[in-house]
Design a protein around this ligand. Structure first.
Ligand SMILES: [Zn+2]
Length: 314
């Protein structure tokens, strides 16, 4: 059977769902907000699935969840921005929609999409790094997603790259995620604004009621603002450092950069490559892995979830 499956990316703020063909093509899609309350979130997810299934002959559903998923892929153990705690989410959604449902960590799904049909299609060992609200990673080794002993590997976001650096919600300081993510981008731009004027960012800050977002910084950078461009270059340099640390441990053939912030990859990838070459141990005597944008961009988790579901149901 090669009929389409539904992939759902369940994030902290939005639910994005798509009908995905066997070749990774997005045939139809829906998007809605993620309710905070647990059963309301389950009803919302089931609603978008039922709507898509009413219009397409789908076989199964894959859920990409921003959180820790149990090794048997049935339970959400913990998700910082979602209400589930040790909950059998795949079964709960399956009972509501009447279709087989499988589930995986959102960046594992993205890594799977890039491995099977995307930027890492020919690689034996590939690392996918997704930069969004936070930063996450997925590792494919010899055609298999590497999950570690308890399903929580690989975790790059909370590598402490700056001793005594910015405080992180995880309780540590100087985590990579605090320097290389959409939220970090805004924090870096605000720091730079303390010494350099930026008319577009000052206007965005006022319009946002004292809050700046990564999207504001991306817009200002596109307009040529020096502070915003500097914040992106900083993000790239931090990414290069984090990727170098990951490459020292994992030695991947290729590193794929996805997530929402990768829409601005042209603004930071060169800085990241330069830092990677500088930081990677013995860089002059080994192959430095190429750092490339994800083929599926920020749809990779949704597409990968559908591909994983298709594989599971055969
Ligand atoms: Zn942290």
């Amino acid at each position: 059977m090669t009929g389409p499956c539904i992939g759902v990316d369940v994030g902290g703020t939005s639910v994005r769902a798509a009908v995905v063909g066997a070749d990774g093509t997005v045939i139809d899609q829906r998007q809605s907000g993620t309710p905070v309350e647990r059963t309301a979130a389950e009803a919302e997810i089931a609603g978008v699935i039922t709507d898509l299934a009413a219009h397409h002959p789908v076989r199964a559903v894959g859920l990409a969840v921003a959180g820790f998923v149990s090794a048997d892929m049935s339970r959400v153990m913990f998700a910082p921005h979602l209400a589930w705690r040790d909950a059998p989410v795949a079964d709960l959604i399956a009972a509501r929609v009447g279709l087989p449902v499988v589930m995986d960590h959102d960046v594992n799904c993205a890594a799977w999409a890039e491995h099977t049909l995307g930027a890492a299609a020919d690689a034996r060992v590939s690392l996918t790094v997704a930069i969004g609200t936070g930063i996450g990673a997925g590792l494919v080794v010899d055609g298999t997603l590497y999950r570690g002993a308890h399903g929580v590997a690989p975790e790059l976001g909370h590598l402490a790259v700056i001793p005594a650096g910015r405080a992180c919600a995880c309780g540590k300081r100087g985590c990579l995620e605090r320097y290389c993510s959409g939220t970090a981008l805004a924090a870096t731009a605000l720091e730079r604004m303390a010494t350099t004027d930026s008319a577009p960012l000052a206007a965005a800050l006022e319009a946002g009621g004292g809050t700046l977002t990564g999207l504001d910084v991306a817009r200002a950078a596109r307009a040529g603002d020096a502070v915003a461009l500097g914040a992106f270059a900083d993000l790239g340099r931090w990414l290069g450092l984090g990727v170098a640390m990951a490459c020292d441990v994992l030695d991947p053939e290729i590193v794929v950069i996805g997530g929402g912030v990768s829409r601005s990859a042209d603004l930071f990838l060169d800085a990241a490559r330069e830092r990677l070459e500088r930081e990677l141990t013995g860089a002059h005597y080994r192959v430095v892995p190429p750092l490339v944008p994800a083929r599926f961009g920020d749809a990779a988790s949704m597409v990968g979830a559908a591909l994983i579901a298709a594989r599971r149901v055969g």
